[in-house]
Ligand binder design. Structure first.
Ligand code: F6R
Length: 598
């Protein structure tokens, strides 16, 4: 998991490469480097973030180059293991995102042929392979021949001494071409290139690309030319930048009313006019498959689908689904992934298709890998999300799950026209409900500040709010580094109560519905262990003050829809805890935005 960039134009490549690289930093930031073609191939790299690369970097002349920001998988995060990597002759330089699974055997065979290795990476074998094939001076052919020996996942970009071109290839790692005037670009993600162009061409698996300042050519795995029309990406550069907020995460939290609105746009109206996400088949069950935050969205989706469509739904972690036995029934398989590039989820999509299941992906990134692996796609339309912690993509995943449930419920006739109208009305009110929460940001910050020194924190909820407790715990742990656990409130007494003390705050999601009395009982169990209780409660709850130390009041809406405003309040909770603790909010340690390894 890394970010790669390529440039061929008539401007100095170095500042453009570094600028694009900074926009990819969310993909990994333990080391970085670049290579510029001039008399030879000049390489500069360093350990640490891109700012560390800039410090001490010499000025590099040349108008063609490649660059890389790394999230280590093979080999420690050191300058030696940073990309670009070169073969022993120094004729070519390579950047890579992915994993070469047969690199050990390739390394052995290359070593026996006399190649000397200077890093611990899998990528270096590819540099040696390309260099060995490059004798005839045709870089694209050399790359194609080298690829024949490589197993694994990759987006590679390669430059060679004396060549005014960048050659790139893709297999299961994202790669996009940006088309400019008198210059062309390559990157792992469109957001890296938006400052320079919005005309993009997605590279597909098996394809190899040659980029010069005034031409782009693509060939498929067999070497046949590929013609693909560019797409115009509607995201503006401003969309992809912080817009005045101190962190992308806060900006993205505040964008949620608009994101929900966009997600619903044109999709709910009359039954006949609605966008359809399914074919005409009917499904007797649904299986939702995802990782991390997207998995938590899936858990909420289970409640939504069972309620609105009356169909049983199960949820499974992608990396587990793949190895589980196929169920006897034929479920609709819903893959949830904001990036569309999470390899565990892509592998699960392939497995579902192998099992003969109909597949739907809920995804944010247009044209991402998963969209080519499934029968239908529901785009969440959240816009670019740069903060590593998913926020607006989670909330819009929930919206997509409501939409899917409405369609399933309408098809199965579980949802009457009247019930449907009421659900649609509730969805339309969500942007306002979220805005009400955002208006309370200062109150939430003040409460969070009191608990900034906690080491552990529990989050509890019942029914549809249980997965929201899980998601709040995940957000809290990943950005504030406070150990957070999400639990069904009724489950604390079966073990975790042993961990509670006056130093263990418990955040309780309290809804005035059929779970209310039981939830109050659970809060009392917590208070009896002297744990401070922070309740997220309805604004018409006049009793809660007797049981909780702090209260975040939210306007009451039906429980089926309240996961949306509640999670926004708890995203702010996690954000302000992390801010108070001085954590690097947009780039938490050890994790990256897109996980393209299994
Ligand atoms: C946490 C987070 C991760 C992702 C997970 C799956 O804030 O963002 O847990 O949810 O890595 O990523 P996607 O949704 O891209 O498949």
């Amino acid at each position: 998991m890394c970010g790669i960039v390529g440039y061929a134009g008539d401007k100095k490549a170095q500042p453009i490469l570094v600028d694009c690289l900074k926009r990819l930093e969310y993909r990994g930031y333990d080391s970085a480097g670049l290579a510029v073609v001039n008399d030879g191939v000049q390489v500069y790299k360093s350990e640490g973030e891109i700012t560390a690369l800039e410090t001490g970097m010499p000025s590099m002349e040349g108008t063609v180059g490649i660059a890389h920001t790394r999230w280590a998988t093979q080999g420690k995060p050191t300058a030696e293991n940073a990309h670009p990597l070169q073969g022993c002759g120094g004729k070519v330089a390579v950047v890579h995102n992915g994993i070469i699974s047969n690199f050990m055997e390739l390394k052995e065979s290359l070593t026996s042929e006399g190649h000397e290795f200077s890093s611990e990476t899998d990528t270096e074998v590819f540099a040696h392979l390309v260099e060995a094939e490059y004798e005839d001076g045709d870089l694209l052919e050399a790359v194609r021949r080298a690829l024949k020996r490589v197993d694994g996942t990759y987006a590679f970009a390669v430059v060679a001494r004396g060549r005014d071109e960048v050659v790139a290839a893709r297999n299961e790692s994202p790669l996009v071409i940006g088309l400019g005037d008198g210059e062309n670009f390559l990157a792992s993600d469109v957001t890296a290139l938006l400052k320079y162009t919005n005309r993009m061409v997605h590279v597909m698996d098996g394809e190899v690309v040659r980029l010069t300042k005034d031409s782009v050519s693509i060939v498929n795995a067999e070497g046949a030319p590929v013609v693909r029309a560019p797409e115009r990406i509607a995201w503006s550069l401003e969309d992809a930048e912080k817009g005045g907020y101190p962190h992308f995460m806060l900006k993205e939290i505040f964008e949620q009313p608009a994101a929900i609105h966009d997600s619903l746009l044109g999709r709910i109206g009359t039954v006949e006019g609605d966008e359809s996400f399914l074919d005409d088949s009917s499904f007797s069950s649904v299986k939702i498959v995802a990782c991390g935050t997207s998995y938590n969205a899936g858990l909420v989706g289970k409640y939504i689908i069972e309620e609105l469509a009356g169909i049983p739904a199960t949820v499974q972690i992608s990396s587990e689904y793949r190895y589980s036995a196929a169920a006897r029934e034929n479920p609709l398989v819903v893959l949830v992934t904001q990036s569309g590039e999470t390899l565990d989820t892509i592998a699960a999509a392939r497995e579902a298709r192998k099992r003969g299941n109909h597949t739907v992906a809920i995804v944010n990134v247009t044209g991402s890998a998963i969209t080519r692996e499934v029968d239908h796609v529901i785009y969440t339309r959240a816009g670019p999300e740069i903060g590593v912690a998913a926020t607006k993509t989670f909330v819009t995943q929930l919206i997509a799950l409501y939409l899917l449930a409405i369609e399933l419920g309408s098809k199965s006739r579980t949802l009457t026209a009247q019930a449907r109208r009421s659900v649609v009305g509730q969805l339309r009110n969500l942007p306002r409900a979220v805005q009400d929460v955002l208006n309370q940001a200062e109150t939430i910050e003040a409460i969070a500040d009191k608990y900034r020194d906690a080491r552990d924190m529990f989050f509890i909820g019942r029914n549809i709010h249980y997965p929201i407790a899980m998601e709040a715990a995940l957000k809290t742990k990943e950005i504030s580094y406070i150990h957070g656990e999400g639990y069904p409130a009724g489950e604390l007494k079966h073990g975790p109560l042993a961990l509670l003390s006056k130093d263990t705050p418990v955040v309780a999601i309290v809804s005035r519905d059929h779970t209310y009395e039981k939830m109050i009982g659970n809060i009392s169990e917590v208070s009896a262990r002297s744990s401070p209780v922070v309740a997220v409660a309805n604004d018409d709850d006049t009793e809660i003050g007797k049981f909780a130390d702090e209260i975040i009041y939210l306007r009451r809406i039906p429980s089926l829809f309240s996961p949306v405003p509640v999670i926004v309040a708890l995203q702010l909770w996690a954000y302000y805890l992390a801010k108070a603790r001085g954590c690097p909010i947009d780039k938490p340690r050890n994790i990256a935005k897109t996980v393209t390894v299994e």
